[in-house]
Structure formats: structure tokens, C-alpha cells
Ligand binder design. Structure first.
Ligand code: GDP
Ligand code: MG
Length: 170
């Protein structure tokens, strides 16, 4: 039988950037224009097959609100991977993502895989964050970067697949 690796993964980022939609797309292949706001955090699991093993993600989808921020360490502590999400149409959310990356690099597991996800890539005409700007930031900080659309199902599976593959290699 193939090897199964368990990966605790946390999603962090400002409210309404699409964290829950990314998870719901990945786990159930659904999308809702009126996704219910997350209270506290939600837990879901999904597996992906990579060449080396099956990766079973144990996903903590956190709420982005400031009043829950102090709870975040409970979710990122011991996590093998973190997806920090911003909305490509919202500059504040990119600044918020940077502060999450900083916090993870200071206080998270030093071996954790960090992926920066620029979501809502379907809204090209409203774009405020250039791909290149985010890519350069990611390179400077040694983290992965990918643009996604939970709505159009763009790069959602790739995001998790790349995290799994990279996580198994380190
Ligand atoms: P969260 O607070 O980060 O969990 O954000 P949600 O997943 O609840 O999504 C917030 C809003 O953004 C909802 O109205 C979603 O339908 C919308 N949304 C999420 N992902 C996308 C996307 O990829 N494209 C577009 N156009 N809207 C999205
Ligand atoms: Mg949510």
C-alpha cells in the first residue's frame, strides 16, 4: 500500500479574501457567491496523491477578523504548511498577508512550508496587486507564490499539490 503522510495545514489572511472558498473548492469542488463567514475556525480534510505518497491534509480554515487573531497560534503551531491568502483586487489584504508571513516566520515552525496565494484571479479588471510584485516579495522571503481563483477553479488543486510535493521533499 502507498505511504500516507498527514499534513496539518492552516489558512490565514484577511477576512473575505476567499480562504473558505479555496478550501470548499479543494475539498468539495463547490463554490458559493455567499460563502458563510467562518466563526473561529473550521476543520476539513482532503487527500492528494503525489508521486512519493498520498498526502492527507488536515485543514484549519481560520476566521480573518482581528478579534480572532490571538487564536491563530493555536492553528499554525505544529502546522506543516500554511497558506496565506490575499485578494488580488485588495491592496490592504496584501499588506495583511505580509504581516501573516512575518508572524509565521518569527513564531511558526521553521520547517513549515509557506505558500502565498493571490486569490480572485478571475477579477483581472479589478486587479490592484501585480503578479510580479507578489512574486518578488515571495522570492525575497523564500516562500511559494501562486495566483488562484476559487470561483473558476484555477490553480486550487495545484496549490495543494505543490505544497504536498514540496513538503514531502524537505
Ligand atoms: P474568507 O473570509 O477569507 O473565508 O472568504 P470567503 O471564502 O468567505 O469569501 C468571501 C467572498 O469572496 C465570498 O463572497 C466569495 O464568494 C468571494 N470569493 C471567494 N473566492 C473568490 C474567487 O476566487 N473569485 C471571486 N470573484 N470571488 C471569490
Ligand atoms: Mg472563511
Amino acid at each position: 500500500a502507498a505511504r500516507v503522510c498527514h499534513f496539518k495545514l492552516v489558512l490565514l489572511g484577511d477576512t473575505a479574501v476567499g480562504k473558505s472558498c479555496l478550501v470548499v473548492r479543494f475539498v468539495r469542488d463547490e463554490f458559493f457567491e455567499f460563502q458563510e463567514p467562518t466563526i473561529g475556525a473550521a476543520f476539513l480534510t482532503q487527500s492528494v496523491a503525489t508521486g512519493a505518497a498520498t498526502v492527507k491534509f488536515e485543514i484549519w480554515d481560520t476566521a480573518g477578523q482581528e478579534r480572532y487573531r490571538s487564536l491563530a497560534p493555536m492553528y499554525y503551531r505544529g502546522a506543516a504548511a500554511a497558506i496565506v491568502v490575499y485578494d488580488i483586487t485588495n491592496k490592504d489584504s496584501f499588506n495583511g498577508a505580509k504581516s501573516w508571513v512575518k508572524e509565521l516566520q518569527r513564531r511558526g515552525d521553521p520547517n513549515a512550508v509557506i505558500a502565498l496565494a493571490g486569490n480572485k484571479a478571475d477579477l483581472q479588471s479589478k486587479r490592484k496587486i501585480d503578479y510580479q510584485e507578489a512574486q518578488q516579495y515571495a522570492e525575497e522571503n523564500g516562500i511559494m507564490h501562486i495566483e488562484t481563483s476559487a470561483k473558476n477553479d484555477t490553480n486550487v488543486k495545484s496549490l495543494f499539490h505543490e505544497i504536498g510535493t514540496y513538503g514531502l521533499s524537505i
